[in-house]
Design a binder for this molecule. Structure first.
Ligand code: AMP
Length: 118
């Protein structure tokens, strides 16, 4: 697959503050936040899209969800956040290295569709 900005960030080639990191993933602030809290959970493994993940990625995918909950808690939004994965261009994906968005700090209950957030 083609390298992406997230590949460079996960490898430390572009200096970026990591809010959290472990051997499987990193968490950074989104450069164009769509909510008061908007962070990205990015696996170190460069899976282009969610649909490109393999059965062998099952543990990694579960890990990303656990990290999302933990980081949301640490950021003080554990009780009210939205988790988003955009898949493919038509799904709004712009960086083709799998990532999860945590969005919080505004009334998510009023946004029934993810597109309402944009
Ligand atoms: P998506 O549209 O789901 O592919 O999300 C890509 C996200 O990455 C967008 O919300 C961008 O604002 C964000 N983004 C792109 N480049 C960077 C960067 N260098 N650092 C942090 N976030 C970025």
């Amino acid at each position: 697959m083609a390298d992406t900005i997230f590949g460079k960030i996960t490898r430390g080639e572009i200096p970026t503050e990591f809010l959290y990191q472990d051997e499987h993933c990193i968490v950074i602030r989104d450069i164009q936040p769509q909510a008061p809290t908007h962070v990205l959970i990015i696996p170190r493994k460069p899976i282009p899209r969610l649909v490109d993940s393999l059965p062998e990625d099952q543990t990694l995918l579960g890990h990303l969800l656990l990290v999302a909950g933990k980081v949301a808690d640490q950021l003080g939004v554990g009780d009210a956040f939205r988790l988003v994965i955009n898949n493919g261009e038509g799904g709004g994906q712009t960086v083709f290295h799998l990532h999860l968005h945590i969005l919080a700090g505004r009334d998510m209950a009023e946004c029934q569709l993810v597109s309402d957030l944009n």
